[in-house]
Design a protein around this ligand. Structure first.
Ligand code: BEZ
Length: 422
């Protein structure tokens, strides 16, 4: 039985769990650090085998998958759900993708950009993983992208939206199963203008994801004819929102557009309602504001409208199967993070199948991944020339703890991949 996901800390602050790295082979389940160190010599032999052995051995040794995700801090639940979603897909395939058994190594990146290069180097250098799955935080992802490019390591990003990863830093070995920060927020500009809002305030954390999501929303909104009342921000991952909420009350905009996620999103939505603003100034946002967080936000989230590449009640067989299986495995309701982890495993399978399990055939792996057409719980999923998803973006509204579909805000939305020379 796997551990349930960390509950949100009421103030969204980082918890006290220490940085850890652990490994496991299927069936999943991590082991302690001491055990990991004891087991590492044998594992290094397996890792070396997958790189240097004969083609036959290269196709039978386990594929080493390194998870670099936040397992602590304000994004802890997001990391855990990505991990659970990925493992669910592997389990459904009997522990084997494209003929290769899957072996897991985990590192807690704590959503700390300053530790990201070391963590990534450890996975790639010491642990000799074949592929890295990570991460949630855009700043951490930027460091991972640089190491992946320098070492030609395959990287699948299962959340972080940093535009550069599939923009100027695009590369054949860097894929994303999530979104770009531009992609999920640009459609909301027109949605809010069409809803009659002309003067909108924005609020976010001041870091890559926050800045890029707000910029994308503003691009769509001002192009439609809207005006920005004021941009408000606080450092990541601070959650002292009171002064900014007071400023919104003073500005009296027609509406607010926000990006927060995880524990910080829970607290922001509750504070906004506690200040009574939900009655007079409608709250909109990037879908992360309420995805996976709506149950913890309770009545405070009712009526919040967001755009995202997922909605809880998407009426397709893949979503129904996924939600049922995720609940059976974890006892929890799936969300976008679990979907993105699940689809990362599906993408890896497409690459391995195209190369007949031989990971050293990188050209075939990349071609297989780029051509993948995934029947995702989110709807149809394919990839553009920069390896970023092409996908629907949905307008949703929270009703009784669920992000319910209102309409399709953008059909098969493609990121412009600005600066990508692929
Ligand atoms: C990001 O940093 O890219 C991010 C974090 C949480 C949710 C969505 C995006």
């Amino acid at each position: 039985m796997r551990r349930p996901a960390d509950a949100f800390h009421p103030d969204g602050s980082p918890n006290r769990r220490r940085h850890t790295m652990s490994h496991s082979t299927f069936p999943p389940g991590s082991i302690g650090r001491r055990k990991f160190l004891l087991g590492s010599a044998g594992l290094l032999t397996a890792g070396a085998a997958s790189r240097f052995a004969t083609p036959a051995l290269a196709q039978t040794a386990p594929l080493r998958v390194g998870f670099m995700l936040p397992y602590s801090g304000t994004f802890a639940k997001l990391g855990k759900f990505i991990d659970d979603g990925f493992r669910l897909y592997v389990e459904q395939n009997g522990g084997v993708l494209g003929g290769r058994r899957i072996e897991f190594i985990q590192v807690d990146d704590e959503s700390k950009p300053e530790s990201a290069t070391d963590n990534m180097n450890r996975l790639v250098g010491r642990e000799k993983v074949d592929v890295v799955i990570g991460t949630v935080h855009s700043g951490v992802a930027m460091a991972m992208v640089k190491v992946a490019r320098d070492t030609n390591t395959m990287l699948i990003i299962p959340n972080a939206g940093v535009n550069e990863a599939t923009g100027p830093l695009c590369a054949p070995n860097i894929f994303r199963t999530s979104f770009s920060n531009w992609q999920v927020c640009h459609p909301m500009g027109k949605v809010m203008f069409d809803a009659g809002h002309r003067n909108v305030a924005t609020i976010t954390w001041r870091y890559a994801a926050g800045t890029q999501m707000i910029d994308a929303f503003k691009e769509g909104f001002t192009k439609a004819g809207g005006k920005i009342a004021e941009d408000l921000a606080l450092p990541f991952p601070e959650v002292e929102f009171q002064a900014l909420i007071t400023r919104i009350a003073t500005l009296k905009p027609d509406a607010v557009f926000a990006f927060f996620a995880g524990g910080g999103a829970v607290k922001f939505v509750k504070d906004y309602a506690a200040a009574g603003l939900d009655k007079s100034i409608p709250l909109y946002g990037a879908g992360f504001l309420t995805d996976g967080t709506a149950p913890a936000q309770g009545a405070a989230a009712n009526g919040v409208k967001t755009t995202l590449h997922y909605a809880d009640d998407l009426d397709n067989p893949a979503n129904k199967r996924f939600l049922e299986a995720f609940k059976a495995k974890t006892g929890q309701d799936g969300d976008i993070y679990a979907v993105q982890g699940y689809d990362a495993a599906a993408l890896l399978k497409a690459g391995l199948e195209a190369a007949k399990g031989d990971w050293s055939q990188r050209g075939a792996v990349v071609a297989g991944m780029r051509a993948a057409k995934i029947d995702s719980p989110r709807g149809p999923l394919s990839f553009n020339r920069a390896n970023n998803p092409i996908q629907n973006v949905y307008l949703r509204e929270v009703r009784n703890g669920r992000n319910e579909l209102i309409s399709i805000a953008g059909q098969a939305v493609d990121d412009p991949a600005r600066g990508c020379r692929a």
